[in-house]
Ligand binder design. Structure first.
Ligand code: GAR
Length: 193
């Protein structure tokens, strides 16, 4: 079994889909130790409770700086014997404390075909740019904003009458397929090496 945690700051629908895949037996070698969040109001917390998963809330404002904050997170990760970190709508850049502790073992999902539209509101950016195709990317995490090595991508069309909501829904449906698939491939294979 490979111990992973999910980091989420908000809604948590990708987190829930990962859990559903585990319950369905698709991600059989993966053990989700808990949900880590930086937002005590994240709906992801509600979802974690439904799966009876431990939740750890780290409020950045309770710490002097990012290093202190990440040191506290790392302490809990070590206690939980976590091997991989899976970011699913975690809206903070990771600093050296976490990056150095988990080299090549942090994944992120982003709602665009990177390197286009990194950062916030990738869906709105693709729409206002007039893209006819967009999608989702899973990549390793480095110190940049959605800049780490790309692992896999899926694409979808953008229609004339799309709004941010309709396009986001289409992209999220890609994400629900893409993330479990990548987790299955990368984490299971690399953990067994
Ligand atoms: C997802 O679409 C994810 O790709 C995006 O946040 C959403 C979270 O949704 N992440 C980023 O934009 C990271 N730069 P969820 O909380 O419902 O899983």
């Amino acid at each position: 079994m490979t111990n992973i945690v999910i980091f989420a700051s908000g809604n948590g629908s990708n987190f829930e889909k990962i859990m559903e895949n585990i319950e369905a037996g698709y991600l059989s070698g993966i053990n989700v130790i808990g949900l880590y969040t930086d937002n005590h109001e994240a709906f992801a917390i509600e979802r974690a409770r439904r799966f009876r998963l431990p939740v750890h809330i780290f409020n950045r404002k309770s710490f002097n700086d990012k290093e202190d904050y990440e040191t506290a997170v790392l302490k809990q990760l070590t206690r939980d014997q976590v091997e991989w970190i899976v970011l699913a709508g975690y809206m903070k850049l990771l600093g050296p404390t976490l990056l150095n502790a988990y080299p090549g073992r942090i994944l992120n999902i982003h709602p665009s075909i990177l390197p286009s539209f990194p950062g916030k509101n990738a869906v709105g950016q693709a729409l206002s740019y007039g893209c006819r195709v967009t999608g989702a990317t899973v990549h390793y995490v480095d110190s940049g904003m959605d800049t780490g090595k790309i692992i896999d991508q899926m694409s979808c069309p953008v229609y004339e009458d799309d709004t941010e909501e309709t396009l986001q829904l289409r992209i999220q449906n890609l994400e629900y397929e893409l993330y479990p698939r990548v987790i299955n491939k990368i984490i299971q294979v690399r953990s067994s090496q």
